[in-house]
Design a protein around this ligand. Structure first.
Ligand code: ARG
Length: 588
């Protein structure tokens, strides 16, 4: 039998036992049948494979199939009892001693017993991707927070992750932006951009562009100069890029996001390859000229009027646009970075763009198995009025303003609740609380749905919030500190004897044991909200345990064992939160 490196999870420990029993009961060709093991409220686990098996075998009664399978299952070291229920579900009760032994072995392990993946891949995650000289808005917040969480998770699982910040740093708007910069004077422009006045900078340029023909003319000429590689124009362009990059970096640091300036591979990065993208498409006879533009018509994409839709690779004015850049990016990522999995964390409105880019990349042979690309779309951020989130005056909300508002609220809360903690530590905690509030609110709702940005709710220390989880974690740490200080007892290490006696203890340990399978599911279906749900359930179960099983008042082995459960909970919460991008202070 193969040894599973993460047997702490009973679904994994039982998988090989099921394989053996399936073979013994029905023959070798049934060995790989998925036992459909699931967590269950009726027992600890449930195996739901009997119905499908009955069909395959041609046996009318799935209960009889379940009985034959159970008769061959050799798992008495793990399983207390199998019970066949309803039409043939197999309810499984796990032995408390087995769970206890598994957890004991992994106490104090930084990975909580979860082994790195056996099949590491090179993964590109395209996320955040704001636009130069333009304010980051709440849409970029979602991309940044979701993408960073996926990057942390996949890296932790052992994949080689390339973070790619595909910033919008090229194209026609740069004509007007550079001319506006010249009008302001370099020093003033740098000042404005440096303090993050990107909205007003962009808007002022836009207004002039729309109102003055002379300015419009200068802007047009400037674009031509930029594309022709004029040195002075490039120098001015670089001021815009550098100032914005510094500004984005400050936002990432504030948000405790892992993106660094070195992860920027913006649109301009692909300029040297755009012509060759067009050439290759032409050579492969995939493109055609349509109204002077080079287009590819990938099969299956049609307009409302049922006309084939073009992906415009080179515009009729000879300029390359957004699609060309993204095609070059796919080719670069598969051929140069050697990525086999590519995740594009970009809002839902760009779904069609990516579907078409991926289709064309496949036609050109730039995206071939095992490489695959996924658009990780997400819904909008709404205000409490259920409308697109805007300021009172109807403008898009600056990301920094929103982060600052969350910090201010968090600091109030921390000052109120943590009077025993010195001022500078309070500030650090408030930063963690603010980030937890923002990130958890974003990550805990199903990514494809819209969610309501409600600061009042997000910072609440009760309910399904990040702040609630931070408190659960800090409370468990404070118990451990207290016991150490008052009784000289250190939190138990690996090998400690665990006694799972009370039902709430078993429920807590079962939850801890689910970690590996939850993480796998999260990165397979790219659903951070499942990790949030897991951690929330863990905290709820921890509270039940805490209310029902005295820890400080118990004695001897029971007390040690309960302390071990407190420690395992704290470590699991800390790990899970860190994978969400949330750092958990040890005291609050
Ligand atoms: N800059 C774009 C925007 O703000 C997002 C870019 C997404 N990534 C990509 N490879 N196209 O909407």
């Amino acid at each position: 039998m193969t040894v599973d490196p993460t047997p702490i999870d009973p679904t994994r420990a039982l998988a090989p036992r099921f394989a053996a029993a399936l073979e013994a009961a029905f023959g070798a060709e049934y060995r790989d049948t998925d036992p459909l093991l699931q967590w269950s409220d009726r027992a600890d686990l449930q195996a739901n494979c009997s119905l499908g098996l009955a069909k395959r075998i041609g046996e009318k009664n799935p209960r009889a199939v379940a009985e034959r399978l159970v008769a061959k299952l050799d798992a008495s070291d793990i399983v207390e009892r199998f019970e066949i229920a309803g039409p043939g579900f197999i309810n499984i009760t796990i032995k408390s001693e087995w769970l206890a032994a598994q957890l004991s072995e992994r106490l104090g392990d930084a990975r909580m017993g979860v082994a790195p993946t056996a099949a590491p891949e090179t993964v590109v995650i395209d996320y955040s991707s704001p636009n130069v000289a333009k304010e980051m808005h709440v849409g970029h917040l979602r991309s940044t927070v979701i993408g960073d969480c996926l990057a942390r998770l996949l890296e932790w699982q052992g994949h080689a992750v390339h973070r790619q910040n595909h910033v919008g740093d090229w194209g026609t708007p740069f004509g007007m932006l550079i001319e506006h910069l010249l009008d302001l004077g370099e020093t003033r422009a740098i000042e404005e951009l440096g303090v993050g006045e990107l909205n007003s900078f962009y808007r002022a340029a836009r207004v002039k562009f729309e109102e003055s023909d002379a300015f419009k003319d200068r802007a047009r000429k400037r674009v031509v100069a930029l594309q022709a590689g004029d040195q002075e124009t490039l120098r001015l362009w670089k001021i815009l890029v550098d100032e914005s990059t510094a500004y984005f970096d400050a936002v990432y640091k504030k948000l405790d996001v892992t993106l660094k300036p070195s992860h920027i591979a913006g649109e301009s990065f692909y300029n040297p390859w755009l012509q060759s993208v067009v050439d290759e498409l032409e050579e492969k006879k995939l493109s055609e000229l349509s109204d002077g533009a080079v287009c590819v018509f990938p099969p299956g994409f049609v307009s409302k009027e049922k006309k084939p839709l073009p992906l415009i690779v080179r515009k009729s004015d000879d300029g390359f646009g957004y699609p060309a850049t993204d095609l070059a990016a796919v080719r670069y990522r598969t051929q140069t970075l050697k990525a086999t999995r590519m995740l594009y964390v970009v809002g839902a409105p760009q779904a069609q763009h990516f579907a078409m880019v991926f289709a064309v990349a496949k036609m050109a042979g730039w995206l071939a198995a095992p490489a695959r690309a996924e658009h990780v779309g997400f819904g909008s951020v709404l205000g409490t009025d259920k409308q697109i989130y805007r300021t009172r005056s109807g403008e898009t909300v600056r990301l920094v303003d929103l982060i600052d508002a969350a910090y201010d609220r968090s600091l109030e809360i921390v000052r109120e609740n943590s009077t025993h903690i010195p001022e500078d530590e309070q500030r650090e905690i408030a930063k963690a609380v603010g980030n937890a509030a923002i990130k958890y609110a974003d990550l805990s709702s199903d990514r494809v749905k819209d969610y309501v940005f409600d600061l009042d709710r997000m910072v609440k220390p009760v309910g399904d919030t990040g702040v609630y989880l931070l408190y659960a974690h800090a409370r468990s740490r404070s118990i451990l500190r207290k016991v150490e200080k008052e009784h000289g007892l250190k939190a138990p290490e690996a090998g400690a004897r665990l006694l799972i006696e009370h039902a709430s203890e078993k429920r807590l340990v079962l939850q801890i044991s689910k970690l590996a399978s939850v993480l796998d599911e999260v990165t397979t279906v790219l659903a951070p909200h499942k990790l949030c749900g897991y951690l929330f359930d863990l905290s709820v179960r921890f509270n039940d345990f805490w209310n029902q099983c005295p820890v400080l008042q118990s004695e001897g082995d029971t007390r040690l064992s309960r302390l071990a459960l407190v420690r395992a909970t704290a470590d699991t919460l800390k790990l899970g939160l860190s994978l969400l991008g949330i750092s958990a202070p040890d005291r609050m």
